[in-house]
Write a protein that binds this ligand. Sequence first.
Ligand code: MG
Length: 266
Amino acid sequence: MKLPIPCRALLVDMDGVLWRGHTPIPENIEVLKEWSLPKVFLTNNSTKGRARYRDRIRALGIEVDLDHILTSSYAAARWLQKRGYRQAFVVGEEGLVEELEAQGIEVHTDPRWILEEGHRPEAVVVGTDHGLTYEKIWAAQRAITEGAIFVATNSDATYPVESGLAPGAGTILAAVQTAAGRAPHVIMGKPSPILFTQALEILGVRPEEALMIGDRWDTDIVGARKLGIPALWVLTGITQKVEQPPDDPHIYIARTLRDWITQPSL
Ligand SMILES: [Mg+2]
């Protein structure tokens, strides 16, 4: 089955494209399975390690290896490792801790390490944390105001779940940022160029040769277009309806991937 536009490789968002919460989206998955183009799957979600995503995508029947999965946690770990950071206080979950440790970074998640024992980490990394506490915000604030580099996995205010929207890393980031009195030094996730650029490198294509498939305007679509990557906005996730189609010939809109290939003029 052919794509309606010329394209050599795909960047595929996960939440809202492959699944919504725990529910797979077959209208997108079945089409992706039929396209043999090289694909990188990317997500701003920082809570799970890349291996979990690889297994979850394989369980949908889509073949993928670890090198073609990008998460904001992995990007943060690589970013810190490349710049020589060896130690971090983390407001985040298992996936973030796992990726940082895999890059040889010593991780601390207990706020008492800072607030009671007086340690000063080189870096503070903030992502989604379902176990967020006042003390964690306080420890992050103290470390940042005393000079730690401040890294955010992503700034999404919310993320889609079956029942609607849940608070995302951006909500937690706002708390830390407010307490610390400064914005993060760097944000890894979309719409920042970091994940997109890493994906293009892996795929070995120029921006205009790729296609970004995503459900979120302000991260997937805006971020891709800033780098010159054509984008397909699917309405299976966070956005269900587009009131005013954007004035950009390199943005395509479709209810689902199945709709896009059967009615490409929509
Ligand atoms: Mg999404």
